[in-house]
Design a protein around this ligand. Structure first.
Ligand SMILES: C[S@@+](CC[C@H](N)C(=O)[O-])C[C@H]1O[C@@H](n2cnc3c(N)ncnc32)[C@H](O)[C@@H]1O
Length: 324
């Protein structure tokens, strides 16, 4: 394990742990820890990373509108990460939940299994995702549901009004991530918890390598996705350090995956269909051709165990101090 000293200047002085919490990833017991290997660019090269452009927000939301029905099948690994995030939250009486970028409701439902959630606010700019969320929550009449068709920047949540704020696999889409983390922090009551999960920088490098191999080349905007739509763990920590929350833990899981190329393609299209295939300034037929070339390159790079790539997830848990 390679850890890194870090801290906010107050409170948190830990190291990034690489691996899920509680499975022998402490300094004294490295069993189960995974080595961190460097793949091209990583969070150690912060100059490479830029925020997603705000102009893409409606395109991102429209993409999720289009994929809402297939979303869950295509990204099942997201659900497993959410369950691990919720399992890592400290115990407590958490009844009012805010879920930012709620999608189909996986994080809300995972939280409802663990805590006695009575009220859930789902915020998302995709109407279709919100419809899935609303539909899923009808099976839970014990939870009063509020839906907000909004981005993280536009949500209207009362300060100090929720016990638990979650955002899972969404921060990477948000142009002002620090602002979003600050808004979630403000929404917490004293003693309230914040749980974050995002795809970390360094993920999916093999996919972008396959794109880079194509001639005629794919639009440069496609290659930029690697540096715009993944969250460097240092950036997440910095965002939390700017709030007045106590950071309880930040950790990274890194997995080497071997999948049939169709599975990776389904995931990429479920989350990024419009970002790729409706890239502003390009002809849609030309984009479709470059996507076909990408699919062919992924298949050509697939070995006997499938297409091999690395995916990294960054998790964070923080808490607002109890007053008094
Ligand atoms: C990959 S999905 C994650 C959904 C759900 N949280 C999960 O873990 O399955 C990302 C969600 O973020 C939403 N989203 C995109 N841009 C957003 C923004 N600026 N603010 C809030 N949510 C956003 C999308 O509409 C989509 O539902």
């Amino acid at each position: 394990m390679r850890g890194r000293s870090h801290g906010c200047g107050r409170g948190f002085r830990g190291r990034y742990r690489y691996g899920p919490p509680g499975v022998g990833c402490g300094e004294d017991d490295p069993v189960g820890c995974r080595a961190v290997w460097r793949i091209g660019v990583t969070d150690t090269d912060p100059g490479v990373y830029r925020d997603p452009p705000a102009a893409l927000v409606p395109i991102v939301a429209a993409g999720f509108d289009a994929s809402a029905e297939e979303y869950e099948d295509a990204v099942l690994a997201n659900l497993r990460g959410i369950v691990r995030l919720v399992a890592a939250l400290p115990d407590g009486e958490h009844t009012r939940l805010l879920d930012v970028g709620c999608g189909t409701g996986w994080a809300t439902l995972a939280a409802a299994k663990r805590f006695s959630i009575h009220e859930a606010i789902g915020v998302d700019p995709s109407h279709e995702m919100l419809e899935e969320f609303r539909h899923k929550l009808t099976a839970h009449p014990e939870i009063a549901v509020e839906i907000e068709d909004a981005t993280a920047a536009g949500m209207q949540v009362e300060p100090a009004s929720v016990d638990l704020a979650l955002s899972t696999m969404t921060l990477h889409w948000i142009p002002d991530r620090k602002g979003a983390v600050a808004a979630m922090a403000r929404a917490l009551r004293p003693g309230g918890l914040l749980g974050l999960l995002a795809p970390a920088a360094g993920s999916d490098h093999a996919l972008y390598e396959a794109m880079r191999s194509i001639d005629p080349p794919v639009p440069p905007e496609w290659l930029e996705v690697e540096h715009r739509f993944y969250v460097p763990e240092q950036e997440l920590e910095d965002a939390l350090c700017r709030t007045d929350l106590e950071i309880i833990d930040i950790w990274v899981e890194e997995r080497r995956r071997h999948v049939p190329p169709e599975q990776l393609i389904a995931r990429v299209l479920a989350v990024g269909h419009d970002v790729l295939l409706k890239t502003p300034g390009y002809d849609e037929n030309e984009l479709a051709d470059r996507w076909d070339d990408t699919v062919a390159a992924l298949k050509a790079a697939t070995g006997p165990r499938g297409f091999e790539y690395t995916f990294r997830k960054v998790f964070a848990v923080a808490r607002r101090a109890r007053s008094g």
